[in-house]
Design a protein around this ligand. Structure first.
Ligand SMILES: Cc1cc2nc3c(=O)[nH]c(=O)nc-3n(C[C@H](O)[C@H](O)[C@H](O)COP(=O)(O)OP(=O)(O)OC[C@H]3O[C@@H](n4cnc5c(N)ncnc54)[C@H](O)[C@@H]3O)c2cc1C
Length: 450
């Protein structure tokens, strides 16, 4: 019982004593419950734990927080998608904040309100925008219609379902099997593209191969297409080489200096004339700030996001702040550069913005903190038994690096349930090959009804 109580701490306010958000003297509204928004809310709640004048409300499109670094593992089914979706409500209510699932549409700074879908208004004294990013297709013809992207848990499940679908289809084909059916093309050689290509390899060779004895898994071709001369350009050259060798051993064909010019239903056309015959294209080559920022009425630049100063405050707005992938944050370490859009930056920004918002609420503007991004390193997993890591200048790769990758992210998962379930998924998939089923929904059974 004591352990159960320890693992399930009571919320800061009992339901009958919690004031309504609107009734707090100082209201902080946070839009977005991802790495940046969630961290800002949690930090602020910790800072005002002993005060009753500051109310925090988080509005987010989903009622869960997607732990992105583990999402590629959903493709191979090493981790169940539900375990990567960490419940937002419980964590925030326990911390003392309020939560509403709402899709924000615009800000009205003149009246200090945010308007969500359904014309519902939410007031604020201080507002933090953290709505994240979305894929950037750079206007390349056919990508949006024919490629799968990797910007959500549903996307990862869709990629897994696509692989299974092709295996089911091919196992029914009597004659020649079109090459396009069993060819998978991942466009984008950054960390996400490399991880997705490796997870497709794991799914095919480790999980599906023995369930489909009439399909030779070596007929499956996986391509990784990158426009730059190198994959993983942000990594140290030795680690890059280790990753290339691993991809080579997995028979993933890496095409660098290769630009995808068009994607059709059954091929990828490459600049310079070549083409890859494939009905399965996955786009991971670019991200941009969430398009909703264009409607918020705040200063932004389309490529990098809402314009903020070095304190994370939106240009020209004393009470509005922006953080995470949706914000163009000046990198004080390098003149003219902006902070890269990644999870560790988003978490650091969330902590700084919480302290700055409180400083303004308390009239301590002279204590505002400049945001300085401190990169801690990079971890890239290529299958469950291999990773390439750079942590505080130390570089290592291989099986131990894969163990480190898993431990590092297990510690960072915020929900205790997610931690326990993800750890269980990893332990089970180490001993038992994950059973991979394709849940297709009722629409596929429509013909069976009388
Ligand atoms: C597949 C994948 C793997 C990644 N792996 C890594 C990694 O290993 N390491 C790393 O450092 N980074 C990684 N990243 C990048 C990292 O996840 C992002 O940089 C980070 O999530 C940014 O945090 P954020 O809070 O700005 O956005 P998010 O975490 O995406 O959160 C945005 C939030 O805003 C909400 N929202 C969006 N629109 C609205 C709206 N209109 N109204 C209300 N709410 C809204 C969303 O529901 C969400 O809660 C990965 C990204 C992807 C896609």
């Amino acid at each position: 019982m004591a352990l159960r109580r320890f693992l399930n701490p009571p919320p800061r306010y009992a339901p009958w004593e919690k004031p309504r958000y609107r009734d707090f003297e100082k209201k902080v509204l946070i839009v977005g419950g991802g790495f940046a928004g969630y961290t800002a809310a949690k930090t602020l709640c910790e800072l005002v734990r002993d005060r009753d004048d500051v109310g925090v409300l988080v509005l987010s499109r989903e009622n869960y927080f997607t732990f992105w670094p583990i999402v590629p593992e959903v493709v191979s089914n090493d981790v169940d998608a539900h375990n990567v979706a960490q419940p937002l409500r419980r964590a925030l209510i326990t911390a003392g904040a309020s939560f509403r699932r709402a899709r924000v549409q615009r800000v009205v700074p003149e009246r200090n309100v945010v308007v969500a879908e359904g014309d519902i208004e939410f007031p604020y004294d201080q507002l933090v925008i953290a709505v994240g990013g979305q894929p950037n297709f750079f206007g390349i013809p056919g990508v949006e219609e024919h490629a799968l992207s990797m910007r959500g848990l549903e996307d990862a499940e869709q990629i897994r379902n696509r692989v299974i679908e092709r295996f089911e289809e091919v196992s029914l084909i009597r004659g020649e099997i079109p090459e396009s059916k069993l060819t998978f093309v991942v466009i984008g050689g950054g960390a996400t593209g490399v991880e997705v290509a490796s997870q497709i390899h794991t799914l095919v060779h480790e999980h599906l191969a023995s369930d489909y004895p009439n399909i030779d898994p070596n007929r499956v071709r996986i391509y990784l297409v990158e426009a730059l001369p190198e994959i993983l350009p942000e990594l140290d050259p030795a680690l890059r080489k280790a990753a290339r060798n691993r991809l080579y051993r997995q028979r993933i064909e890496v095409l660098t200096n290769t630009l995808a010019e068009e994607v059709t239903a059954d091929c990828v056309r490459l600049k310079g004339g070549g083409e890859i015959s494939s009905e399965n294209v996955i786009w991971t080559a670019g991200n941009r700030p969430n398009a909703v920022i264009q409607r918020l009425g705040l200063p932004y630049d389309e490529k990098n996001g809402i314009r903020v100063d070095e304190y994370l405050r939106v240009e020209g707005h004393r009470d509005i702040w922006a953080i995470g992938d949706c914000a163009a944050i000046p990198d004080v370490r390098q003149e003219g550069k902006i902070v890269p859009p990644n999870a560790q930056a988003a978490v650091q920004e969330g902590k700084t913005v919480a302290r700055n918002v409180l400083a303004v609420l308390d009239g301590r503007e002279d204590e505002l903190e400049r945001f300085e991004y401190k990169p801690l390193g990079q971890l890239v997993e290529l299958g469950s038994d291999f990773a390439v890591n750079e942590v505080m200048g130390v570089r290592f790769s291989g099986f131990l690096a894969a163990l480190f990758w898993r431990l590092a992210y297990l510690v960072r998962l915020t929900s205790p349930q997610s931690k326990a379930r993800v750890a269980a998924d990893w332990i089970v998939s180490f001993f038992l090959r994950p059973a991979v089923t394709q849940v297709r929904g009722a629409r596929n059974n429509a013909d069976d009804r009388t």
